[in-house]
Write a protein that binds this ligand. Structure first.
Ligand SMILES: [Zn+2]
Length: 113
């Protein structure tokens, strides 16, 4: 499963940060996920809870910050909000010719205790 490998990757990074900060537990992890990233945030949250069991991250609050996707239409020179990759330009109903935001999937912040 895609989300499980992302969760394990996040867990690795968080544990590495914890070691560097000589901390024994993580209070909060904020993850930024774009609406066009293809990541299922519910599945990701579930995977993170499962993967972090018995780790430094087990009691951490996990916050997912959804980043609104934006596309550009070269037909009518409009930038528009995209809920998912299939959202069409509201002006001419064409698919976006360029994705301008919403493809990110990154750790925004890690708060250690
Ligand atoms: Zn258009």
């Amino acid at each position: 499963m895609h989300e499980l490998s992302i969760a394990l990757n996040i867990l690795d990074i968080v544990q590495e940060e914890c070691r560097r900060a000589e901390s024994s537990s993580v209070a909060e992890v904020v993850i930024r996920v774009g609406t066009l990233s293809g990541v299922d945030t519910e599945a990701l949250t579930t995977c993170l809870h499962v993967a972090s069991r018995d780790t430094l991250m087990q009691d951490a609050r996990i916050r997912i910050d959804r980043q609104q996707g934006r596309g550009w239409c070269s037909g009518c020179f409009t930038e528009f909000e995209m809920e998912d990759i299939l959202t069409l330009c509201p002006g001419c109903l064409q698919p976006a010719s360029e994705l301008r935001a919403g493809q990110e999937m990154q750790i925004d912040s890690i708060l250690v205790e």
